[in-house]
Write a protein that binds this ligand. Structure first.
Ligand SMILES: CSC[C@@H](O)[C@@H](O)C(=O)COP(=O)(O)O
Ligand SMILES: [Zn+2]
Length: 196
């Protein structure tokens, strides 16, 4: 059985290997008893080491580890404080999430995809599910306020022109949500290309 550090590192390496964390983009965290474990800022996510994971308290203060936490650590902290069910937050910068979040500032609807069933609470392809989009901001208090205003967002949301935040009650379910949402976004992007 993997410990939480190894499980999170494994998820990050996997996401980076899919091309979803280019040029140091993306940040990744998991809830712990003391707060949350999060990636240090500015690291190449394809070569992350154990010492690149910092332990923060629920308000984002680093309590173990060296270096600066992710520039978006405050948003991760706000998410863990907002909803006790969130156990993991995986943030990526794929081409599909970046392009589609710019084209659909009011959110992206998925309908008719079998893959929707990988998203918690969804039992049929026939439903329509909305992936919310919030405006981007460099100020994390402002970004967190936009996310809070749109709550609940059970499995993730997009930040316009920026990327995807996938959520889950643990690392495994968050990985599933990340992969399913990226798959659905790739399908929608492909369909939009054909319609153009
Ligand atoms: C390479 S631009 C991406 C950053 O501005 C940010 O959005 C990001 O995802 C990574 O920041 P980081 O501070 O490394 O966690
Ligand atoms: Zn980012």
């Amino acid at each position: 059985m993997m410990n939480m550090q190894s499980e999170l590192l494994d998820a990050i390496t996997w996401a980076a290997s899919r091309g979803w964390a280019p040029a140091t983009g993306g940040n990744f965290s998991a809830r712990t008893a003391q707060g949350y474990l999060i990636t240090a800022s500015g690291k190449d996510k394809t070569r992350l080491q154990e010492e690149d994971l910092l332990l923060c308290d629920p308000y984002g203060l680093v309590i173990d580890g060296m270096g600066l936490p992710s520039a978006e650590s405050e948003l991760h902290a706000a998410l863990y404080r907002l909803d006790a069910r969130i156990g993991c937050v995986l943030h990526t910068h794929s081409v599909a999430s970046t392009v589609l979040s710019r084209r659909h500032p009011n959110g992206i609807e998925f309908t008719g995809f079998e893959m929707q069933k990988a998203l918690q609470g969804n039992k049929t392809h026939a439903a329509t599910v909305l992936l919310p989009v919030v405006p981007n901001a460099q100020d994390m208090t402002e970004l967190a306020a936009s996310v809070t205003a749109g709550w609940p967002m059970p499995w993730g949301f997009l930040v316009a022109g920026h990327g995807l935040y996938a959520l889950g009650d643990d690392i495994a379910s968050c990985r599933r949500h990340l992969e399913a949402i990226e798959f659905l976004l790739a399908c929608v992007l492909e369909e939009e290309r054909w319609q153009a």
